[in-house]
Structures are given as structure tokens and as C-alpha cells.
Design a protein. Structure first.
Lengths: 377, 312, 374
């Protein structure tokens, strides 16, 4: 293998990228734009969930309760409605995600310690907002009951805290406020930094589609030299983004970074090698860019998004998918990034994932190189 | 000069049921322009790919500079240049970027790289247009640039697959002048073409058809050996009707004619049987009431040979 | 004109047949991928590794552990011998949650006025799992609390339950995950398929130099656009049918509204996406550029489909932007017709928005593409 020839290929690829301003811009800045998009739209804290309130009691207590429920940023009072039919209409139209019905005997039952007749209706098509509303209403109701009934309970000889016997002390480590952004952004780095893999798949198919591959094969450039040379510019792009993206995430979105930056940089380089190798495999097998692109979406993009445990925990997936996810570089990288960003763990813990990534990269590139010669024939 | 630059023995390639190259043998000697002449789909590109080791033969073997192409293609690469059938430089790179890339791919560096790319610019006549995008060059310039790129590293053998397809006649002439220059510098040129006039420029030819070599030798000897019949030029009163008549005669099998073609006011007739003489032609025409005018036997062109062979 | 358009359509399909990978992968591969992704993600969050440090070792503590396991949310990894073990496991990401049962746990339960403490640690490095774990732990703790309070105060269980709000779930009574994950996943894959096909239509011919040839042939630019569009729409619509069938028959997601309405609206939506794809196609000089633009636009759109976060929770400016995204309205329609049984009387605002966007995008793309072609 000759370093000089790898450099020749890499230099040529860089010329291709720099040839066209808009390609250069898109290749360099797509990761930043993806980060902004994802941070602003995909990883927001649940808040401002629109709900409707149907107050059938119309007492002072019920009004106070309704006001307490919708105070703050969590739930927003979308409409004060008069009938269940209106709730139905709003839910069907998707204008509210949940509705609170305060029954006619709310204040009477409450004061007589007969319970708190409340009902919550949620939209099961977007249960995240609904579930959030249920949790929120439950907590507020509890507080409201304890607060309004303090007098009565005291009189009945029951201390208010007696209703709450179990002392559940939840502590969330590494991300105390459970802000989804703090772990989703590090998790999504595999998508953000890894997307040039699709470009690599395209450039290989490009050589075939334009007939330049045959010419390349007649030169002394070896298979490995060609494949590695193709990867180099995109690894460079990836490494630039490996510095820019975390800085942006930390400075702009206040994502905590508790680990070692050199470690993050080094392991990211290994990840880039692995994910770009996936692109290389696809590029080696497909003859046209369109086909390479279609396959990249199916093998790199969609699985990378859904099956690497970023949004949905791998532990809860079926056995076969769990096995498959081991072959996706994003799975291991998500563990690495979350581990370095939040608990700030080191190589002593992360080395198996790094080894796995390196192994995947070698296997993918190896398979690509193995089949490369045959495919030209 | 004793050992052949390229030698193929029983070289065969099948794609499924289709036999693209069917047991061909040929030798190319150092310092000559060897042409592989044949119609489209006759197996020229497949042969060149096997010779370069880009495609493995189904049977037989081919050696370049004494090295087996199928077994050790990587040993051949540094010593050969290749210009593939499709335009093979990068359209979105400049002239200089393309040249430099190929120079580096062949391991050139520093002063040698600068010197060779400079020579290539000189040779292709593109000095002063180094930073032009390759896609903006016209066909003739591109071919010359591609040739310059293919010989940047001074290969011992250069392979050219239909190098002048789609290029205007003047550019073609200039391109061939370049090839003679290379041969003068002791390079061996292996070229495929389906242009007859171009084939006449080669030192030696192999005429390939449906995967088989029909004839090998100098253009002159091919013409003499391959075409068993003769070529006549007739100047009849009514050339259009004469052509119709003779074609009909050939079609009905009454006359052994491979080709009847109108050239201006004259009719070219290629016979496949040497026994067919002027008399028979004259009789055929005059029986239909056409004045035959003078009929002369003329030396066959490669094109006549080519067409006669395809029809037989 | 019809004959000329037909000849273009035939040409496009010949391209596709030669390159059969593309439609085959996008259609069958896409449907299979939806099957895999839907299968993997349409399930309750279960098997989260849990560690318990049981200092009490009593019947009560063992019962608590069993009830945690019975939620299905957790998979008891092992008992921890000490707090350090929990710390280490959490750091390695081996567990999502840990529970410490203090030595006086059962004693506190039994004594009148005792407050059994339950320290729980969650791994915030995986917030989705942490939230599921929190919910499960709160449920178990609530049940325990209820038993204790009912016993101590001597009140009956019904009365106590009265203090927790009653819950009713509409449109998805059993809270099946597939009802909300698969339509969004379908939406994402459909959009990318159509955008990609449309975006490659002209950029590919331009890059390969065949566009000039097409332009000098006796086709009007409108004919070329229609000829390019028909295969994209056909493939997109077929893709939609395939994925809809999969979502319905494999994942049991109902179509409660009118199927005919859904199909007609799907066709409309595809036309809007097609318009976007065609604009990308003519502004891109290479397929690589077209891909990068599809990536950006497709991802932007996906943010507004409500897959990971409800649009209502996003910053105001972004909510306004959501209205400009056809996929946002399309997902409203898709969910509305499938799950809510909504008809035009309810969906008209989404439909109107889609129509307005369609006219704007379609008109712009037609004018723009025509100009680019001329």
C-alpha cells in the first residue's frame, strides 16, 4: 500500500468537493444545520401542551384547581369548554392533546374526603403529550388535595403527610432535569457526523456511472488505496465537525460535556472510519449513484436513526433487532458519546465499544475490497 | 525486439451463453502500432480488458511484457497506459488537476511530475488552458488530453480503446500524428477501432468479428488474403436503378455480391467469388435495359474487405 | 401531446428497469425496513436493566422487587452488594435504574406513622429510558403507598383511589405504540422516497449530459415535466399502498375514516412533495448536490411530524415554520383518517393548508422548472 497513491486519490476527491461551491457548502455545513434542526425541533422538553377544561362544578375550588393545573409552562389552557361534545371535536381536530373534566360534585366530594372526582382524556395518537398531561395533572391534584384538605385532615386526626407514606426519593444522575436534549444530541451525533457516509457511497458509484472507474483500475492504484483515499476527505470533514459540533452543542445549547475531549475526538475518528466503511461497501456494489443513494438510505440512514437506541432503547427491542444493531456503528458510538458527554467516563469503560467500531470498520472495508475486484469483472 | 510485447493464446471470454471472445491468438511486437479492427460488439473491448487484467479470461491467457495479465495484473499496471472507450477523465476537474492526479497515481512526484505534466500540456496543445474545466473542452482536445494522461508515466505499451470515436477528421489526423510520435519514441501502441481508414494507419492489424480473429497481418496483406472476390466500379446510365437491380440479383442469390453501394454517380460492387467478371455484371444490367458504361476492377479498400467478410 | 408524454414515461420506466435496484430497493426494501423498524420500536419500553441493593432482605423488600419486575419495564440485572457497585454499573451504562432498599424498610412500613424511604437512581444519560423507568417506579411506589395508607387509616380502597384522576384514552384505547410510531415512520419513508426520485429526475440527466438531448427533442417543457412526474407519482403511490397495507395488516393500525379519502389525499400530498423534489432537481447540477438538499429538506420536514416531540412544545418561531411544512399537515391527515376516523368536516384546515402549499409549491416549481429547462 502506498501512502502517496492514497494521497493522490484523496486530493482528487477534495478537488471534486471544492469544485462546486454549493457542494462544498452542503458537505461542510449540513452537520451544523442538522444539529440546529434536531436541537430546536427534535429534542425539546415537553411543554405548552394544549388542553381543554370542562368544569361541571363551577365552584370556587374547581376554578382554583383548573387555574393551578394550567399555571406554568407545562400545560396551556386551549379552551374552557361547555360540553363533552366540544372536547371530542377538539381532540379529533388535534387542537388539544388532553382534556380535564371536573365532575359536578368536585368541591363537595373533596371536602367530604370522598375522593377527587376528576377525569382526564388523552389523545392516544400522540401519547407522549397525553402521558405528560396525566402525570402533570396527577401531581398537581395530589398537591391540591393535600393543600386544601390540610384543615380537614388535621381535624380528623390524620397528619397531611400520612397520605404519602412511601418516601420515594428519585435522583437522576448525569442529567438531573432529565432534559431530553442533553442525551439525544450526543446520541444523534452519529447521524450528524456520520452522514458523509452517504456521500462516500455516491462518489464510488459516480466513478462507475461516469466510466472513470475502469481507467482508475488500470492504474497502479490498489483497491485498498482507492477505498481509503476516497474516505480520507470525508474523514477530514468529519473531524472538523467533530470539533465544531460539540462546541456548538455546549456553547449554544448548554449540553454538558464532562469527559475528555481528546478521547472523544479519537473515538469519533474510529467511528468515522466505521460508518464511512459502510458507505464504501454500498458504493462498491452499486453501479449508479441513484441506486447507491437508495441503498444508503435503507442501510445507513433509517437504521441509524431508528435502530441505534437514540430514541428507543435497544434493551426493549426484539432479540433479532438487538443483534442487528450490534452491526450498526451508530449503536456503539451513541454509547460512547453519551458516556463521554454526561457521566464523563473514560477509555477504561469505553474500550470495548471502540474496539467494536474499529473491527466493524475493518470488516466493512475488507469486504468492500474483497468484492471490489470481482465487481469490475 | 525478440520477445513480443503482448501475446495471447486461445484467449476466450464467455458471458453466460454469449461468447464475446472466442479463442483468439495474436502477438504485438515492440514498437509497432497494432490495430484490432472490428465492428461494434465484436469483442474488441473485452479483449483489451482481459489484456489489461481488468477482466479474467474464461480460457486461455494473455501476457503483457511477459507477465500473465490474469495472475499478476498489478505488475503490469506501472508499465502500461490505458485510454478507455468512454471519456475517462474527470469532467469537473481542470486540465491540470486531471494530469496531476494521473501522474501521482503512477507514482510521479516533484520535478518529474512537473516535467511530465508540462510535456503532456505541450503534447496535447493545452498549454495556457491548464485551469479550464475538462467538460468545457471539445471532443478533439479531450481525446488528446486523455492520451497525454495515459502516457504521462512513459509506459512501454499503451492501450487505446476506440480513441477517436466521435472526433472530427482533422482532430483524428492530428491524433494519429501523436501516435506515430509515440512509436518513434519506442512505445508500443495497441489500438482498437471500427474506422477502416484509421486501421490503414496501423503497422499490423487483426480483424476481429463475432469474437474470432478472421485475419492478421499488415493492412495490405489482409486485403489480399481475406477478400477472395474482387471490387468493381461501374458507371451506368441509371445508377439508382442499377443498384436496385444488382441488389435484387444478390438477394435472389443469382450473383455472389457482398455489397452494392452507390458512390455519387458510380456503383461499387464487391463480389465474393473471384470468378465473377465484368461480363456477368454487364450482361445483368443490359438485360434490364441499363447501359452499363465502363466497368473497372479496382483495388479493394479495407472497408470493402470488412463488409464482404461480414456478409460471408 | 398525450402520445409524447407517454413516450417519455416509457423512457423513464426503461431507465428504471435497467437500474432495477432503485425501485426494488425503495419499494420492497422500504416496506421491509418499515416492518423492521415498526416491529422494533412499536412496543412498550421493557427489559431496562435494573440493579437492586436490598439492605433489608425482608418479605416486604422481596415483594417490592417482584412487583418492580412484574411491571415488565425492568429486567433485574443483579443484586448489588453495595452502593459502589451501583455507581460503577451506572457509569458503564450497564443499568438504567437502581433501587436501594434501606435496612429499616419493612420496619417503617409496619410502624404507625413510619415513612419507608425508597431511594431510586436513574441514568439520565438515556432520558427516554429514564422517563419510562420513572413512570414504572412511581406506579409501584404509588401502589405500595396505597396499601399502606388504606391499612393505616382504615379507609376503604375505593375512596382512596378517588384521589387519583380517572384516565381515559381516546383513539387508542389500549395505548398501542404502533398506533403512533408507524404512521410517522411511514410518513418519513414516503417523503424521502418521493423526494429522492423527484430530485434525481433532472439532476441525473444533467450530470450525465443527457438532458441536452432531451431538451432538443420536440417536447414542450410542460410535457417533459409531466413525463418525469408520472413515474415518480406512480412509484410513490404504490409505495404508500404497500406501506399502508403493512401498517394496517401487520401492525393492526385501523383505518377508521374513509380509505378513499385517504388515498385521494395521499395523491395530493405526493404531488406537493413532487413539486419540492423537482425544484431540488433543477437547482442541483449533480446528483450529489440533489442528495444533500434532499437530506436537509427531508430532515427538516421530519422534525414536524411529531415523531419525537410534539410541535406544540417547540419554540414559537419554529411552530410557525411547521405550518409551511406539507408533511406536518399530511401527518395530521394521516393520523386523523386512520386513528380518529376524521372526515373532511374536521380535516379541512389541514387540507386547506396542504392545498395552499400545494398551489404555491406546485406553481413555483412549474414556473421554475420550466424556466430552468428553457
Amino acid at each position: 500500500m502506498s501512502l502517496r497513491r492514497i494521497r493522490a486519490v484523496a486530493r482528487k476527491e477534495i478537488h471534486h468537493i471544492f469544485r462546486d461551491r454549493s457542494t462544498l457548502f452542503l458537505v461542510l455545513f449540513t452537520p451544523t444545520l442538522l444539529l440546529l434542526l434536531m436541537a430546536y425541533a427534535l429534542t425539546v422538553d415537553l411543554q405548552d401542551i394544549p388542553i381543554a377544561v370542562l368544569d361541571l362544578d363551577r365552584s370556587e375550588a374547581s376554578r382554583r384547581f383548573a387555574a393551578q393545573i394550567t399555571a406554568g409552562n407545562d400545560l396551556t389552557l386551549y379552551a374552557q369548554v361547555e360540553s363533552p361534545a366540544e372536547i371530542e371535536a377538539l381532540l379529533v381536530r388535534g387542537e388539544i392533546k388532553a382534556a380535564l373534566i371536573i365532575h359536578p360534585n368536585f368541591s363537595a366530594d373533596l371536602l367530604a374526603l370522598r375522593g377527587i372526582p376528576l377525569q382526564i382524556i388523552i389523545d392516544g395518537t400522540e401519547p407522549e403529550s397525553g402521558g405528560f398531561a396525566v402525570q402533570h395533572v396527577g401531581r398537581r391534584a395530589e398537591a391540591f388535595v393535600t393543600e386544601s384538605l390540610a384543615g380537614q385532615l388535621q381535624a380528623a386526626g390524620v397528619p397531611p403527610e400520612a397520605l404519602q407514606a412511601v418516601d420515594l426519593r428519585v435522583r437522576t444522575w448525569y442529567n438531573p432535569s432529565l432534559k431530553p436534549r442533553n442525551d439525544l444530541i450526543p446520541g444523534l451525533l452519529s447521524m450528524i457526523l456520520g452522514f458523509p457516509a452517504l456521500s462516500v457511497a455516491l462518489t464510488l458509484a459516480h466513478e462507475r456511472e461516469h466510466g472513470t472507474m475502469e481507467q482508475l483500475m488500470a492504474t497502479p492504484i490498489g483497491r485498498w488505496e482507492l477505498l481509503l483515499g476516497k474516505m480520507v476527505p470525508y474523514i477530514l470533514v468529519g473531524l472538523i465537525n467533530t470539533i465544531v459540533i460539540p462546541l456548538l452543542a455546549m456553547a449554544w445549547f448548554r449540553i454538558p460535556f464532562n469527559g475528555s475531549f481528546p478521547l472523544f475526538f479519537g473515538l469519533s475518528a474510529i467511528f468515522l472510519f466505521a460508518i464511512l466503511s459502510m458507505g464504501i461497501i454500498i458504493g462498491v456494489f452499486m453501479r449508479t449513484q441513484a441506486a447507491a443513494l437508495a441503498l444508503s438510505f435503507l442501510l445507513i440512514f433509517f437504521p441509524g436513526f431508528f435502530l441505534t437506541g437514540i430514541f428507543f432503547p435497544i434493551a426493549a427491542m426484539p432479540e433479532i433487532v438487538r443483534l442487528e444493531s450490534l452491526f450498526l456503528p451508530g449503536t456503539h458510538y451513541a454509547i460512547i458519546t453519551r458516556g463521554i458527554f454526561l457521566p464523563g467516563i473514560g477509555l477504561d469503560v469505553l474500550w470495548p465499544y471502540a474496539v467494536m467500531l474499529f473491527f466493524l470498520g475493518l470488516v466493512f472495508t475488507g469486504v468492500a475490497a474483497l468484492f471490489f475486484r470481482k465487481k469490475l469483472a | 525486439m525478440n520477445e513480443a510485447s503482448i501475446s495471447a493464446q486461445n484467449l476466450t471470454r464467455r458471458f453466460g451463453d454469449f461468447t464475446a471472445v472466442d479463442g483468439i491468438d495474436f502477438e504485438v511486437h515492440p514498437g509497432e502500432i497494432f490495430g484490432l479492427l472490428g465492428p461494434n460488439g465484436s469483442g474488441k473491448t473485452t479483449t483489451i480488458r482481459m489484456t489489461l487484467g481488468l477482466l479474467s479470461p474464461t480460457a486461455g491467457s494473455v501476457r503483457v511484457l511477459g507477465i500473465d495479465s490474469a495472475r499478476r495484473p498489478e505488475q503490469i499496471r506501472p508499465h502500461v497506459g490505458y485510454m478507455s472507450q468512454r471519456f475517462s477523465l474527470y469532467n469537473d476537474l481542470t486540465v491540470l488537476q486531471n494530469l496531476r492526479f494521473y501522474a501521482r497515481a503512477y507514482g510521479l512526484a516533484n520535478q518529474e511530475l512537473a516535467m511530465r505534466t508540462s510535456q503532456a500540456l505541450e503534447m496535447s496543445g493545452l498549454r495556457g488552458r491548464e485551469s479550464a474545466l475538462t467538460r468545457e473542452l471539445s471532443g478533439g482536445w479531450r481525446q488528446r488530453l486523455a492520451l497525454s494522461a495515459a502516457i504521462l508515466h512513459r509506459p512501454e505499451v499503451v492501450f487505446l480503446d476506440e480513441p477517436t470515436a466521435g472526433v472530427d477528421p482533422i482532430s483524428r489526423r492530428e491524433f494519429w500524428d501523436l501516435l506515430y510520435q509515440l512509436v518513434a519514441e519506442n512505445m508500443t501502441v495497441f489500438v482498437t477501432t471500427h474506422y477502416m481508414d484509421e486501421a490503414e494507419h496501423c503497422h499490423r492489424l487483426a480483424f476481429i468479428q463475432r469474437g474470432r480473429i478472421r485475419a492478421t497481418g499488415s493492412p495490405e496483406s489482409i486485403k489480399q488474403e481475406t477478400l477472395r472476390g474482387r471490387v468493381f466500379e461501374i458507371a451506368p446510365d441509371d445508377p439508382v436503378r442499377a443498384v436496385q437491380l444488382l441488389r435484387q440479383a444478390a438477394g435472389e442469390g443469382r450473383m455472389p455480391l457482398a455489397e452494392v453501394e452507390l458512390y455519387g454517380e458510380r456503383v461499387h460492387v464487391v463480389s465474393t467469388d473471384p470468378r465473377l467478371g465484368e461480363g456477368a455484371l454487364r450482361a445483368e444490367l443490359e438485360a434490364a435495359g441499363i447501359g452499363s458504361g465502363p466497368i473497372a476492377a479496382i483495388p479493394p479498400s479495407l472497408e470493402d474487405v470488412f463488409i464482404a467478410s461480414m456478409k460471408s | 401531446m398525450i402520445a409524447r408524454i407517454a413516450s417519455l414515461v416509457v423512457k423513464e420506466f426503461i431507465h428504471l428497469r435497467r437500474d432495477w435496484w432503485l425501485p426494488a430497493f425503495m419499494l420492497l426494501g422500504g416496506a421491509l425496513e418499515l416492518l423492521l423498524i415498526g416491529w422494533a420500536t412499536s412496543r412498550p419500553i421493557t427489559n431496562l436493566p435494573l440493579m437492586v441493593y436490598d439492605q433489608d432482605q425482608s418479605a416486604a423488600s422481596r415483594a417490592l422487587i417482584v412487583s418492580l419486575e412484574n411491571t415488565g419495564t425492568f429486567d433485574l440485572l443483579r443484586q448489588a452488594p453495595n452502593l459502589d457497585a451501583i455507581q460503577a454499573a451506572m457509569e458503564r451504562g450497564e443499568i438504567n435504574a437502581a433501587l436501594v432498599i434501606p435496612p429499616d424498610f419493612s420496619a417503617q412500613i409496619l410502624s404507625q406513622g413510619g415513612r419507608p424511604a425508597l431511594p431510586v437512581m436513574l441514568n439520565g444519560a438515556e432520558s427516554v429510558s429514564a422517563r419510562a423507568a420513572l413512570q414504572a417506579v412511581e406506579g409501584v411506589a404509588g401502589a405500595l403507598n396505597e396499601r399502606i395508607v388504606v391499612r393505616r387509616l382504615g379507609i376503604d380502597e375505593e375512596a382512596f383511589r378517588g384521589f387519583t384522576p380517572g384516565l381515559r384514552v381516546w383513539f387508542n384505547e389500549n395505548l398501542k405504540e404502533s398506533y403512533y410510531t408507524t404512521p410517522a415512520e411511514l410518513g418519513l419513508m414516503l417523503e424521502f422516497t418521493v423526494l429522492l426520485f423527484a430530485a434525481l429526475s433532472f439532476s441525473r440527466e444533467r450530470e450525465l449530459g443527457t438532458l441536452e438531448q432531451l431538451l432538443v427533442m420536440p417536447f414542450s417543457s410542460l410535457e417533459i415535466i409531466i413525463g418525469k412526474s408520472i413515474p415518480v407519482i406512480l412509484i410513490g403511490f404504490f409505495d404508500f399502498l404497500l406501506m399502508l397495507g403493512m401498517v394496517h395488516f401487520v401492525f393492526d393500525v385501523p383505518v377508521r375514516g374513509s380509505l378513499a379519502l385517504l388515498l385521494v389525499l395521499a395523491l395530493g400530498y405526493l404531488m406537493v412533495e413532487l413539486g419540492k423534489g423537482l425544484v431540488i432537481s433543477v437547482v442541483s447540477r449533480t446528483q450529489h448536490q440533489a442528495f444533500l438538499l434532499v437530506m436537509m429538506i427531508g430532515m427538516t420536514d421530519f422534525m414536524f411530524t411529531g415523531y419525537a416531540a410534539p410541535v406544540e412544545s417547540m419554540p414559537r418561531a419554529i411552530q410557525l415554520l411547521a405550518n409551511l411544512v406539507p408533511a406536518h399537515h399530511w401527518l395530521n391527515i394521516l393520523r386523523g383518517v386512520m386513528l380518529k376516523g376524521a372526515g373532511l368536516d374536521v380535516l379541512w384546515p389541514s387540507l386547506l393548508a396542504l392545498a395552499v402549499l400545494g398551489v404555491l409549491i406546485g406553481g413555483f416549481s412549474l414556473a421554475f422548472v420550466r424556466r430552468a429547462l428553457n
